[in-house]
Write a protein that binds this ligand. Sequence first.
Ligand SMILES: [Zn+2]
Length: 263
Amino acid sequence: MIFDGLIDSHCHLDAAEFAMDREPVLLRARACGVLGQIVPAVRRAGWPFLAALVGEHPDLHPAYGLHPCYIAEHREEDLQALAGWLHEHPAVAVGECGLDGFEPELDWAAQQRFFRGQLEIADALGLPVIVHARRAVEQVWLVLRDYPRVRGVVHSFSGSLEQAERFWQRGFYTGFGGPLTYPNARRVRALVAACPAELILLETDAPDQPPASRRGERNEPAALPEILLEAARIRGESPEELAMRSTMNARRLFGLPEPSSLA
Ligand SMILES: [Zn+2]
């Protein structure tokens, strides 16, 4: 089945895992209807490569940021460099940024500093943020309260329903991907069912978080239809309806052009 115009709202197509076959990966994604991808950078050293990559492919939309899992690599001056970079390079969001409470060796105080710095940049530039909140949903929520104007998405959302509802009430989007395809992922599946239609985004997070059919393998954006089909089943909607809705949501949040203006 082919859904024309799907958007993978979170894909690390710039990652080294795709160095050998990035073009075939892109072609496979397009062939199954993934006609747009949001690609968030994770560290300063990767920004120039991402800028070059999106320059070659109009269906790739960049975000630039400093990911908490690479906190040991970031330097204080990288925040100022990010603000400067975003003035010179078009981007659909700031990110990937956020907090990670899963890996204990990541400097927590530094994570907070870099997250806040990126929220300030997003606020100043009027850009949405792409947020990573692994085992840190509550802490992310507390930080975001200090930046009431900032909009965005918490990708691969895995908090409680009560936490999700707070994000939704604030108008934050939640991104769902591979984990929802595992039958025992009850909490995430319940969140997918409960998510307001106007705030749901679909993502692969490739090369990470493969869906059930690719368990243990490298993930890729062509997996998005599988995620869509299962999410639609969980929500009791038609895949076509959810495809249209999630694409519309991604276009709205990231300010992407309407398909008609691309023709
Ligand atoms: Zn990511």
